[in-house]
Structures are given as C-alpha cells and as structure tokens.
Ligand binder design. Sequence first.
Ligand SMILES: [Fe+2]
Length: 318
Amino acid sequence: MVSISRRDLLRGLGAAFGALFAGRAGSTTASAQEASSPGTFRFVHLTDIHVQPELKAAEGMAACLRHVAQLDPAPDFILTGGDLVMDALEQDVQRTTLLFELFTQVLRDNTSLPVHHCLGNHDVFGWGKKHGVTAETPRYGKKMFCEVFGYEKTYYTFDHKGWRFFVLDSVQPSDKLLYEGGLDPEQWEWLEEQLQKKPANMPGVIVSHIPFVTVTVLPDAVQDYQFRIGAASLCKGAQKVSLLISQHNVRLALSGHIHMVDEVEYRGVKYVCDGAVSGRWWKGANKGFPEGYGVFDLSPDGTVKYQYVTYGWQAVQT
Ligand SMILES: [Fe+2]
C-alpha cells in the first residue's frame, strides 16, 4: 500500500518546479545500466496508467510495480506506453504538476528498474486551453513531459542487448480534435534517418502510444454501412510506417491507447496493442480486458514472445 496524502503532494507544489523533478524522475538512468552484449532478455510495457489521486489509482500503480518486481525471470527495464497521468490535456498547472509528482513518487517508491517513457495524449499539458492555460503558460504542451523526465525531445532511441528501440511521439495537434495520431514531418525524417543508421542485422522495436496497426478498434467501428475510425484512435501514415519498418528488420511495433489487447502480424512485423494498467480508467476491466501489462521476451535472433499479464487489481468503483 502506498500512503500519499493530498496535502503531502500539494506541499511540493510551492517548491521550485525544477527541484521537484530534478533529473530523470522516478528511475535509474537507463542507459547507464544497460548491457551492450546480446542475449535473451525481458522487458515490461506498462501503458495507460492514468495515475490520479482518485479511485485508488496510485495504489493500483504501486500494486502493478510490485507485481513486476516478482517476475521470474526479472525484466531488465520498464517501458511506459503513454497516458501516464489522468489528465494534463485539459487541466490547470496545479493539477498537472500534482499528477506528475504523484506519478514520479509512486514510481520512485515501488521500483528500482530503469524506466523509459513514451508520451501519451493525456500527458500533453494544456492543449485543451482550459482553466486559463495558454500557449504562453510555462511548460505548456510537451515541455512538461520533457522537463519531468529530463528528455530533450519526446522521441528518441536507445539500445539494449543488441536491439534498438525507437520511442516515438504519436500525439499531434489537430484542427478539429484535441489531438490526432501520427508523426510530425521532422519526426518522419528523423525516423527514416535513424532506421538507415541502424545496422541491418540489428533487430528493432518501435514504440508509440497511439497504434499504427490494430484490430481492436474494428469491432466498434461500423456505422452507416462503412467503418469509421477517428483520427485520434489510430496513427495517420500507417501504410508508410509499416512499409518502412518492414524494410529495416523491425520485429515489434508496440502501442497502447485503446485499453484493449491484440497481436497482429503484418508485413512480417508483430504489432502489439497492449492492455491498460488502469483497465477502464480504474473502473474495472475495459470491454472484458482486465488491468494488466505486457511482458516481452526478446532473443538475439529477433524472436519476440509476448504475454499480457494481469496483476489482480480490484477496482473500487465499476
Ligand atoms: Fe489511455
């Protein structure tokens, strides 16, 4: 059980922001600990945590991290899949700061594993322009995420035991919606360049919050004799990215966002849409998919084994 009072959290808000989140919050710096020698290894993917003071979400997140700590074999690192908090997109600076502090505190208190973070739509501060937030508000937009976790950009690569991971930022501004799925032009260029730089025999993983390819959205999509899927549900440019990664020995394309689970083989790449740590936003299973996380076992020959693991959380409200 974690015990974090609202007062404890609010106390921190008066302190300098940089001091609150100095360094890479809540984790050991991943790159410092990673082995470069190839070998089979395990990592876990914790996506859509949506931590908040309500619904015992912090206790749920802590329970999940404790479950991860019991895994045998132990994972080498944690990869988060975005939507770390609930919610920065339409909240004021105080609430957003409190949420990120809660997230980093629970992480710090319940795991010693290295952690790599991926940005989700709910982690972008203030795009909803509510509660007086404007583009001039400090740490507006994606700056909040970068400052909290000490990243220069919202997309980056890292290597682990002979594999290269490409962590992408799939959350883009939209004329009609609060956000939409896809990559901005600069990131497309960066991804193409990075894939070219990767040695051809080195297997790769791409990680995005919003999926490129998934069947999870199809069963609810048929309307008026055609399938309709919102631009906030899937990434634009999926065909282009699927062709690109299939030519560069990428073996796994990992996402979250939908709070449902599937595994799709397309152009020789395994696409996994992973289930949510929060289930239905801490109100039980989402359409039958319980609270859980992904366990991945990767081999030097490029083989990927995936299992979705539940951690026994009982929602306080359904
Ligand atoms: Fe989510």
